[in-house]
Design a protein around this ligand. Structure first.
Ligand SMILES: [Zn+2]
Length: 653
């Protein structure tokens, strides 16, 4: 799901200039401002609990829509198996705002009670373990609308429209089911009866559309496992635009777009990108999970988008949201969190997949995209593992569940490398028990550890179950080596981290010198860690994680030598010394100064002038050849602000 409406924060729109042959393009990223909700989420009175004694295997949902009265008349046939022997007393979740008319079992009407959003009944005879039976529950009335608006009679472009968005707890607001995210039905039929002016869209394939008088009956059917919250209806005056994703020489997947007629034609170039994204994600993740059915979009009237299985509900159609909801078909729909505590497994992957699309368009854009996501990610409070699943705000907290979680996926890639990373995320939705089922963070951790070949427990622990991110306080000093080159002693301090958490990460330290860059990757794994880096010349720039591989904050302070700190200037020891050939004479300024650099004999005779100019702060190196100078001891003199700094050098010829 993508929560936000189409409002972008100007600060998050980044202009990226492409090569001169291409025009400037904009990488715009939805701001995810939770204040942009069109509907303010309201938590359910209590989180629904499905009957733990049954395993739901099949749903047939029938609903007759009375738009003018804002009412539905419906039934759900539920096929289920007993998870305990001798099961006789059963309940099904259904909101109290819908009146339950009857519970029918094998043509027999069973006595029932309907309270606390549950329909409870007793079977005439007990079920044995794993025995299947079916009941049909009939109801009518006004659906509830909890969470993000689980069932809405609304309008789009003045067309009467109806849509559902059950995630996370709202499915039983409008149809009867076992409302548990970890119990998927093996298949489902959704039958919608509505005025012929409507087009009714749902999951899977359209089996039939039949018209009787002023009513149309739309029969949709999916034969893939489906979680209750991913079953949806979207009903409006839609036009249909369809294209195809060809996945073998002879097989094509229909890609359908149900949008209101006012906007559909103008959006066709944008909608066509879905096919290219399908191609990209199939290559990266593996086969589209619902390849025998369809993928598509149904426009709806709330903000953002929702990854209903095989038919995402969409309020807008920018690249990011199309990629996001499509990626959810693998991460969220095919493999679904076992509990809502692990929602990051949906949203972190889908949000990162937007970046994968940008990376596909332009290699440099992933880094830009992650930099934009880093701003809300650093603002995330608490742990990615959701602490309060009663609160839908807490589950779908943008900073944590989307932005920071996308960074966790990115950092998993940082640590494992591309080859292992894509193997890990492919296996995550394909592993037996997880594919078309449910998973938790520990399932991902096990797969990642096995493929990476080394424990990643620390990684998931620090990023998922602990708050914050590393705040690297970096101090360093440099000194010239007698052997030439320079030694930088660097200390990385994480003691400013939230709650004292120490993050273990491979940390790139890059030193830039006149002779090129040197990068050392250290296994940064303690609160305070020091290392020395040798470079061929004095570094003029020290960077931590310059490739933005880690969610972090960096504060770099140089510890200056006393002389440099006092006068803003330091003359280095010449090298080599003694010298017979080329000599390197260097100094550093930490502020702009008018300087002279000269060589004198011991008797004060000027031998050479190396520099006489005003220079900005920086590290300066002047080569001098000893070949034209007689053997002897000489003085290198650097002058600035009426002060002199001297070093001796011996020339042996
Ligand atoms: Zn999402």
């Amino acid at each position: 799901m993508k929560l936000f409406s189409g409002i972008y924060s100007a600060g998050l729109i980044l202009l990226l200039l492409l090569s001169p042959t291409l025009s400037a393009q904009t990488l715009s990223v939805g701001a995810g401002d939770i204040h942009c909700f069109k509907l303010h989420p309201s938590p359910p009175a209590s989180v629904p609990q499905g009957d733990p004694n049954i395993d739901a295997v099949y749903y047939a949902i029938n609903m007759d829509i009375d738009y003018p009265a804002r009412r539905i008349t419906g039934s759900t046939s539920i096929g289920f198996k007993a998870l305990v022997p001798g099961l006789q007393e059963i309940y099904i979740n259904l909101t109290n705002t819908l009146a339950c008319d009857s519970v029918i079992w094998q043509n027999t009407s069973l006595p029932f009670t309907h309270s606390s959003d549950k329909v409870s009944f007793t079977l005439p005879s007990p079920l044995s373990l794993n025995e299947r039976t079916d009941v049909t529950i009939y109801y009518d009335g006004v659906p509830s609308s909890t969470g993000f608006g689980s069932f809405t009679f609304g309008s789009m472009y003045n067309h009467p429209s109806v849509w559902s968005l059950s995630e996370p707890y709202g499915s039983s607001d409008w149809w009867a089911n076992k409302n548990s995210v970890d119990d998927k039905a093996d298949s489902a039929d959704i039958i919608i009866i509505c005025d012929t002016s409507f087009t009714a869209v749902s999951n899977g394939l359209l089996i039939s559309k039949t018209i009787t008088g002023s009513k149309a009956r739309w029969h949709w059917s999916t034969r893939y496992p489906i979680a209750n919250y991913l079953i949806s209806v979207a009903i409006s005056n839609y036009s249909l635009y369809q294209n195809w994703f060809r996945y073998t020489a002879n097989d094509s997947l229909p890609i359908v777009h149900y949008l209101v007629p006012e906007i559909i034609n103008d959006l066709i170039p944008q909608l066509d990108k879905t096919v290219e994204m399908m191609k990209l994600f199939t290559g990266l993740f593996g086969e589209y999970p619902f390849i025998r059915e369809k993928y598509g979009h149904a426009q709806f009237g709330r903000g953002g988008g929702m990854e209903h299985q095989t038919i995402s509900s969409m309020a807008r159609f920018d690249d990011g949201i199309i990629a996001h909801e499509l990626a959810h078909q693998w991460y969220g729909d095919k493999v679904t969190n076992r509990t809502w505590q692990d929602i990051w497994l949906h949203e972190g992957f889908a949000t990162y997949s937007e970046g994968l699309w940008y990376e596909y368009l332009n290699k440099e854009w992933l880094k830009e995209y992650m930099s934009l996501r880093a701003v809300p990610a650093r603002a995330a409070e608490g742990t990615i593992l959701v602490q309060d699943v009663q609160n839908v705000f807490s589950i779908f907290d943008f900073n944590r569940t989307y932005a920071k979680a996308s960074w966790v996926v990115h950092m998993l890639r940082t640590i494992t490398g591309d080859s292992a990373f894509f193997q890990i995320i492919r296996e995550f939705h394909n592993a037996p028990g997880l594919a078309y089922g449910n998973a938790s963070t520990s399932d991902l951790e096990q797969i990642a550890t096995r493929i990476y070949g080394s424990s990643l427990a620390y990684f998931f622990d620090q990023w998922i179950t602990k708050p914050g991110y590393p705040k690297y306080l970096v101090t360093y000093n440099t000194s010239r080596l007698m052997t030439g080159g320079s030694k930088t002693s660097i200390t990385i301090d994480q003691t400013a981290n939230t709650a004292g958490v120490v993050f273990r990460m491979p940390l790139d330290i890059t030193l830039s010198t006149a002779l090129g860059d040197t990068t050392l990757t250290i296994d940064n794994n303690t609160a305070i860690q020091s290392t020395d880096i040798i470079t061929p010349a004095e570094p003029f720039l020290v960077q931590i994680d310059p490739e933005e591989k880690i969610l972090k904050e960096v504060n770099i302070t140089r510890r200056y030598p006393d002389e440099l700190l006092r006068d803003g200037i330091q003359l280095y020891k010449p090298w080599p010394n003694p010298a017979s050939d080329n000599i390197s004479i260097g100094f550093e300024l930490i502020q702009t100064k008018k300087i002279t650099a000269r060589i004198y004999s011991l008797t004060g005779e000027l031998i050479a002038e190396l520099a006489n100019e005003e220079l900005p702060a920086g590290v300066y190196t002047y080569p001098l050849t000893a070949r034209t100078i007689s053997s002897g001891i000489y003085i290198i003199q650097l002058s600035a602000d009426d002060k002199q700094y001297r070093q001796k050098i011996a020339i042996i010829r």
